[in-house]
Design a protein around this ligand. Structure first.
Ligand code: NAD
Length: 491
């Protein structure tokens, strides 16, 4: 089979790399494309190009409104090419096209949001207690940004980094995951077409040692915006002790969805199913821990098992498919191991639990529900990043809260109840960066996104995020026409 050849995008040019690696289509476990593995030299070229573009050429001459216009153009191109890019993303990641296409169309709104914000971020004037002083601050781009993303929602996770970075006037080296880099390498063509000057956005992919380490410890990188797992985050924090770049970390989760007995069960069940089985569970906000009030455990389990068993697995390019494969064989093995460990320790399989062999060689896993009798089971504590729901029961609000917070992660959470006072009490006490009440998985460009604890630090999306890509410079101007007195002459 002839493999489709992708290129890296450095300094406004599409280039081959010395080494290539093959990318696998998870729906049939066969190689379909050849990807450029960035060497340390390639990374260095990309960072140098980004650093040069920061203060040379046309980029620093653009005013904020003009930067916004480029972002508007990129948003339009994303919309115009949504179908083609979605097809590539689906082929490389296995995420169903229904989701990839819809997500790309919504991502355009994130770029529009930051396009609009570009000329709304500015410094301040300070009425200081000194005579004849005009004091103000300027907001300036923070510098070269290393944006590093995983494979699962890479266009979205890039948009929440590139949008504010470019709006603020930064330049970027975007590193796609080596697991499925095709959509971002293809996205680079839209950046090029939109007319961003050479070096402003560079898109590369590669492996931890040559690419990741070189990028995150590079002396010309001023900010690292990372999304991925906690273990990689620890490497990145260590690497960045070289350049002391400011860093944001968007990491994993083991997010609880709490269902009280008064909740609308059908509605809650639909949210639970979408929370854990959308994207085959490969979502950082997957609602993977279900906490159910004891009195409704039996009817809710019945409903959930029915819904899980009726999910249509299939070709991810087919618009009628409801759940696609996992992205990698490694993911499949990890999930199988965790389920085995958990069932050995007492977790009970209500449905699923193994590969979907009827789907051939593809990396398909059955939608799985595990009933758990205590919260120290591996399936309750560890992130699967797959379609596996672990269920625990609680008696009352206090126990629900204890179970919800008994995790090192703290990304998202959901509460289902008709009691508004109880909902408010839970909102205050749940330790997570997002609480959804009677809904789940809703996002918007306006709303900050991020976690506590092992889920990382820093927030993406929303207005404040643009401030992370700029820095404040204080300016003091003496407006007096009197000479400054000699400080060593006593009067
Ligand atoms: P990962 O941490 O293995 O990889 C993420 C990225 O880091 C990839 O581009 C990878 O090449 C790069 N990388 C790996 N080692 C590196 C190093 N030493 N230096 C620099 N870069 C390096 O994550 P993954 O397995 O691809 O993705 C799954 C994880 O991402 C899950 O934990 C998931 O919850 C998390 N995630 C979080 C969010 C969020 O917004 N909080 C969103 C999506 C995914």
């Amino acid at each position: 089979m002839i493999l489709k050849q992708f290129q890296q995008y450095i300094d406004g040019q599409f280039l081959n790399a010395d080494q290539n690696f093959e990318s696998i289509n998870p729906a049939n476990a066969t190689s379909w494309a050849s990807m450029p593995a960035a060497s340390a030299n390639d990374v260095n070229r990309a960072v140098q190009a980004a650093h040069y573009a920061l203060s040379n050429g046309s980029w620093p001459l653009l005013n904020a409104t003009q930067r916004g216009k480029l972002l508007y153009r990129l948003a339009q191109l994303l919309e115009d090419n949504a179908d083609a890019i979605a097809q590539i993303e689906t082929q490389d990641t296995g995420k169903i096209k229904r989701e990839t296409r819809a997500q790309i169309l919504y991502i355009a709104d994130y770029y529009r949001y930051y396009a609009g914000l570009a000329d709304k971020v500015h410094g301040h004037q300070y009425p200081v207690d000194k005579q004849d002083m005009e004091v103000y601050s300027r907001r300036e781009p923070i510098g070269v940004v290393a944006a590093i993303v995983p494979w699962n929602s890479q266009l979205f996770l890039s948009a929440v980094k590139l949008g504010p970075a470019l709006a603020a006037g930064c330049t970027v080296v975007l590193k796609a995951s080596e697991e499925a880099p095709a959509p971002l390498l293809e996205f680079a063509r839209l950046v090029h077409e939109a007319g961003f000057p050479a070096g402003v956005v560079n898109v590369i992919t590669g492996f931890a040692q040559d690419c990741g380490l070189t990028l995150t410890s590079h002396p010309l990188v001023s900010r690292i915006a990372f999304t991925g797992g906690p273990e990689t985050a620890r490497h990145i924090v260590r690497n960045s002790s070289q350049n002391l770049a400011s860093t944001s970390l968007e990491l994993g989760g083991k997010s609880p969805i709490i269902i009280f007995a008064d909740a609308d069960l059908e509605s809650a069940a639909n949210a639970i199913v979408s929370g854990i089985f959308a994207a085959s569970g490969q979502s950082c906000v997957a609602g993977s821990r279900l906490l159910v009030q004891k009195s409704i455990h039996a009817p809710l389990m019945k409903l959930l098992v029915q819904k899980a068993q009726s999910i249509r697995l299939g070709d991810p390019q087919d618009l009628t498919t409801e759940m696609g494969p996992l992205a990698t064989e490694r993911q499949l093995q990890r999930i199988e191991n965790l389920i085995q460990l958990s069932t050995e320790q007492g977790a009970k399989l209500l449905t699923g639990g193994s590969r979907a062999h009827e789907m051939g060689k593809g990396f398909y896993f059955q939608p799985t529900i595990l009933d758990c009798d205590h919260d120290q089971l591996p399936c309750v504590q560890q992130e699967f990043f797959g379609p596996v729901l672990s269920v625990l029961q609680f008696e009352d609000e206090a126990q629900a809260l204890t179970l919800a917070n008994n995790t090192g992660f703290g990304l998202a959470s959901g509460v289902f109840t008709k009691d508004i006072s109880r909902a408010q009490r839970m909102v205050k006490k749940i330790r997570a960066g997002i609480v959804w009440v009677n809904t789940y998985r809703a996002i918007s460009p306006l709303v900050p996104f991020g976690g506590f604890g092992l889920s990382g630090y820093g927030r993406e999306a929303g207005f404040e995020s643009i401030l992370d890509y700029s820095r404040s410079k204080a300016v003091w101007i003496n407006t007096s026409d009197q000479p400054i007195a000699d400080p060593f002459v006593m009067r």
